[in-house]
Design a protein around this ligand. Sequence first.
Ligand code: GAR
Length: 196
Amino acid sequence: MHKRVGIFVSGGGSNMRALVEDMVDDHAARPAVVVSNNAGSGGIAWAKAHGIATEVIDHRPFGEDRAGFEAAITAALAPHAPDILCLAGFMRVLTAGFVTPWSGRMLNIHPSLLPLYKGLHTHARALKAGDTEHGCTVHLVTPALDDGPILGQARVPVLPDDTPDTLAERVLEQEHRLYPAVLRRFAAGDTRIVTL
Ligand code: GAR
């Protein structure tokens, strides 16, 4: 039996696509559903076009009611019975109420070499700090933002004429290698750290 993976996206969903495209052949998992808070997400359009179930839960009507938003996600997930959740550019913070029941079964990709640069604007912050190396991290999700045990990291050089955009592009290429490599191992029960 394949593990069933729910993938959460907010934007273009390029990491989601990389994960889905890798879940073939001897991979221990298959995509079960793509979830977004944004009906206009390119990731939702791509998933639909590829015959993958989708669920959209707009966060805006919930306002400050994060518990209500998360309850709606939980209800939407139920029929898809996921075993693993992968956050892939999902730009809403999830509270402990949602995260804790998924402990050890929810992954996230973050565009920095954690524990450096939790939160937003990671590429600009790496440039401002004068870092010569930057990258991305896949980690298990815990209630603390961008914290949690690291499952893999990929490094890129920072070049002298980099802007946040050129650096983001170089990191994103590595994200597309790292996240599938980590999920492939994780779904097979192997949590050794992947280093690219
Ligand atoms: C990726 O760079 C991902 O690491 C980042 O958003 C981008 C989504 O791109 N995630 C975060 O910043 C999470 N805090 P994608 O939609 O093309 O995968």
